[in-house]
Design a protein around this ligand. Structure first.
Ligand SMILES: Nc1nc2c(c(=O)[nH]1)N[C@@H](CN(C=O)c1ccc(C(=O)N[C@@H](CCC(=O)O)C(=O)O)cc1)CN2
Length: 288
């Protein structure tokens, strides 16, 4: 019997807790935490994600401070907007939606965000705090995966965890967060020899490869928990990196796409926004 982890339901609970904390800590909506989302260009998927983030901010009782910039905005133009938001005391949190249009240097722009407002946890400073195990804001998707694991009763300490992918957005911070919870962590990538032999050692398998349907039954140990971070738009709708139907009766738990990790990314952004404003106990993992 393979359980499909309901990311929408867990995200709903996290977001409800954030909303309750906002209402208690900020009775005046004018002083509630403010998140500035910065969207450059017209990438359709990014537009959907940012719209969903903005709706979540409003539903949590927080302030939605969106900035939309045309696709042709220069590096200096985006930098100027980030610098303005960074200097504005009414802005608690800044998020630069990725990917950026070609020609823009995302890492350099992200590094203009002050660590205290870095609700994506993607600046060099935030990544350094994570690597050293010091307090800081953590990237939303890996934090959401930890929240999913812990809230569904998966034991991380002592588990063999394998992370497929090593991106700054997901794979790398995911490995750090699992390691800090005392998992034995292996990161695999496109140059790993005999990938399946490594993934089959995993009690917890987190797949963030960005390759549709890459992982199937041959990669999974019986009893494993499989977390699919991939999201791909196909003619048949959204799919992930995992051929989830093959895992029925093999894995103990799997996350579906849609309805698994994706909603947690937005829920953890709400947690981080509240924390950037100096509050928040709504989730277990976005700081440590
Ligand atoms: N600055 C950032 N950019 C990007 C991030 C990020 O964390 N910070 N992550 C991804 C995209 N992303 C958030 O921005 C994201 C992806 C998917 C979902 C989600 O809720 N997915 C739903 C399906 C929604 C749909 O219909 O498309 C699901 O899986 O159920 C939320 C956020 C890249 N960019």
């Amino acid at each position: 019997m393979t359980v499909h982890i309901d990311g929408r339901a867990i995200a709903y609970e996290v977001r409800a807790r954030v909303a309750a904390e906002v209402a208690a800590a900020f009775p005046d909506p004018a002083t509630a935490p403010g998140l500035a989302t910065v969207l450059v260009g017209e990438d359709p998927a990014s537009a959907v994600y940012v719209a969903n983030k903005r709706r979540a901010v409003r539903e949590a009782g927080m302030r939605d401070l969106h900035r939309a910039l045309p696709a042709g905005t220069t590096q200096a133009g985006v930098a100027a907007v980030i610098d303005e938001l960074a200097a504005d005391p009414a802005v608690d949190a800044i998020l630069l939606q990725l990917p950026l249009p070609p020609g823009l240097d995302a890492a350099a722009l992200i590094d203009r965000i002050p660590a205290g407002k870095d609700v994506d946890g993607l600046t060099t400073h935030s990544a350094g705090l994570l690597a050293r195990g010091e307090q800081g804001l953590r990237p939303c998707t890996p934090s959401g995966v930890i929240e999913l694991l812990e809230s569904t009763g998966v034991t991380i300490r002592g588990a063999n965890a394998v992370v497929v992918g090593r991106s700054a957005l997901v794979g790398h911070p995911m490995a750090e967060l699992l390691l800090q919870r005392d998992a034995t962590v292996t990161v695999v990538h496109r140059h790993t020899a005999d990938l399946a032999a490594v993934t089959r050692t995993a009690d917890i398998l987190v797949v963030a490869a960005g390759v549709p349907a890459m992982i199937g039954a041959e990669h999974v140990k019986p009893g494993a928990t499989v977390i699919d971070v991939g999201i791909h738009r196909t003619d048949n709708g959204l799919t992930g990196d995992v051929r989830i139907a093959e895992l029925d009766g093999i894995a103990t738990r799997v996350t579906p796409v849609p309805g698994g990790v994706g909603p947690m990314t937005i829920a953890m952004l709400m947690v981080n926004t509240l924390r950037a404003a100096g509050h928040g106990q709504s989730a277990r993992c976005s700081r440590s």
